[in-house]
Write a protein that binds this ligand. Structure first.
Ligand code: IPM
Ligand code: MG
Length: 355
C-alpha cells in the first residue's frame, strides 16, 4: 500500500530531521512492503520568505489531500519581530485548526539508559516516568478573542471552552487510559477559572462512560509541582491548550531531553500531524548537531495513529531503544557519559541499521 505524506519541513533544523525520519519510514516500508510518497509544502518562516504568509492556501490544500502530515519545526529570530498574524507560529496554529486536530498526544517516557540525564533526583527517577499528555489543541486562549484597547495600553486574550470541545478530548484521553494503566488526571484551575469549572464538570460526566478508569482532578499549579516531585503517579493527563503547552515542556525535561519526544495531533479522521515537541533550534541549524530521534518517533506515531501499522511503529521504537541502550548519543543527550556524540546523519544510520 502507498501512503501519501505531506512534508512540512519548516525552519532551522526542521529540514534535517524530517529528512532523517523519511529515511527511516522508507526503510520500514522496504521491510514490511509499504511505500511512502512525500510532497513538500511550505509553512512557517520559509513560507513567509517565499510567499509573504506563514500558511499558504496551497499548503492547507496539499495537507488535506494527503493521508497524513509530517512536520519538522517552525520559527526563528529572523521572523520574531513580525506582527502576530504573520509569525511562523501562526502557520502552525492555522494548520492545526484547518485539519481539525483537537487532540495533541505527547508521551513522556524516561529511558532507563538515560536516567542519568534526567534532572530528577535518583530516588525519584528510579520510580520511572511513563505518562502521556492529552492536550486540547484548537481551542482555549490560543484561539479566543484577543486584542488591545484603542490607546494600546490594555491587551486581552480569552480562555473559552464549550462542553463539546472538552468532551471530545476527554473521550480520547479515557480511551487511551484503557489501553494503559487506567488512570486519567484532569488538570485545570477550577478554583479560579469558570472555564475550568466547566472543564471539570464535563470530564466527570465523560468519566462515567469509563468506570474501569480512575479519574482524578488536579489544579495546574499543583500539577507543575507534582511533575517534578512524583512524576511516576501520572498515567494519562488531560488538559487545556495553554496548560498542556506549559506542562508538556516540563514533562519532557524530566525525561532528560526534549530532543527525544514526539507528538501526534489528531482529529476525527485518520489524517494527523506528527511533529517533535521541540522547536527549530536555529542556533544549531545546518551544523549536523540536531537530534533526529523525536521526529523519527513522531513518524512512528504516524504509522500507529494514521495508518494503524502498529508492528511497524514498534519496529521504529525498538530500533531507537536499542541505539540508546547501546550507548549512542547525540550532543544534547550526552550528559556525563563519555560517548563520542554522533551527528544527525550518524544517529539516523544507527537507527536504520537496527530496522
Ligand atoms: C508547541 C509550541 C507551539 C504551541 C508554538 C510554537 C505556537 O510551543 O507545539 O508546544 O504553543 O502550541
Ligand atoms: Mg510548546
Amino acid at each position: 500500500m502507498n501512503y501519501r505524506i505531506a512534508l512540512l519541513r519548516g525552519d532551522g533544523i526542521g529540514p534535517e530531521i524530517v529528512d532523517s525520519a523519511c529515511q527511516v519510514l522508507d526503510k520500514v516500508g522496504q521491510k514490511y512492503g509499504h511505500t511512502f510518497s512525500y510532497t513538500p509544502y511550505l509553512m512557517g518562516g520559509c513560507a513567509i520568505d517565499a510567499t509573504g504568509e506563514p500558511l499558504p492556501q496551497e499548503t492547507v490544500d496539499g495537507c488535506l489531500a494527503s493521508d497524513s502530515v509530517l512536520l519538522g519545526a517552525v520559527g526563528g529570530p529572523k521572523w520574531d519581530t513580525l506582527p502576530g498574524h504573520l509569525r511562523p507560529e501562526k502557520g502552525l496554529l492555522g494548520i492545526r485548526a484547518a485539519l481539525g486536530l483537537y487532540t495533541n498526544i505527547r508521551p513522556a517516557r524516561l529511558y532507563p539508559s538515560l536516567a542519568a540525564e534526567s534532572p530528577l533526583r535518583a530516588d525519584i527517577s528510579a520510580k520511572g516516568v511513563d505518562l502521556v499528555m492529552f492536550r486540547e489543541l484548537i481551542g482555549g486562549i490560543y484561539f479566543g478573542e484577543r486584542g488591545r484597547t484603542d490607546d494600546g495600553k490594555t491587551a486581552y486574550d480569552t480562555e473559552k471552552y464549550s462542553a463539546f470541545e472538552i468532551e471530545r478530548i476527554a473521550h480520547a484521553a479515557f480511551r487511551s487510559a484503557r489501553l494503559r494503566r487506567k488512570k486519567v488526571t484532569s488538570i485545570d484551575k477550577a478554583n479560579v477559572l469558570e472555564s475550568s469549572r466547566l472543564w471539570r464538570e464535563t470530564v466527570h460526566k465523560v468519566a462515567q462512560d469509563y468506570p474501569d478508569v480512575v479519574c482524578e482532578d488536579m489544579l495546574v499549579d499543583n500539577a507543575a509541582m507534582q511533575l517534578v516531585k512524583n512524576p511516576a503517579q501520572f498515567d494519562v493527563i488531560v488538559t487545556s491548550n495553554i496548560f498542556g503547552d506549559i506542562l508538556s515542556d516540563e514533562a519532557s525535561q524530566v525525561t532528560g531531553s526534549i530532543g527525544l519526544l514526539p507528538s501526534a495531533s489528531i482529529g476525527d479522521s485518520t489524517r494527523g500531524l506528527f511533529e517533535p515537541i521541540h522547536g527549530s533550534a536555529p542556533d544549531i541549524a545546518g551544523t549536523g548537531k540536531a537530534n533526529p530521534i523525536a521526529t523519527i518517533l513522531s513518524a512512528a506515531m504516524m504509522l500507529r495513529y494514521s495508518f494503524s501499522l502498529e508492528e511497524e511503529a514498534r519496529c521504529i521504537e525498538q530500533a531507537v531503544d536499542g541505539v540508546l541502550e547501546a550507548g549512542y548519543r547525540t550532543g544534547d543527550i550526552l550528559g556525563a557519559s563519555k560517548a563520542i556524540p554522533l551527528n544527525c546523519t550518524e544517529m539516523t544510520e544507527k537507527i536504520l541499521e537496527r530496522i
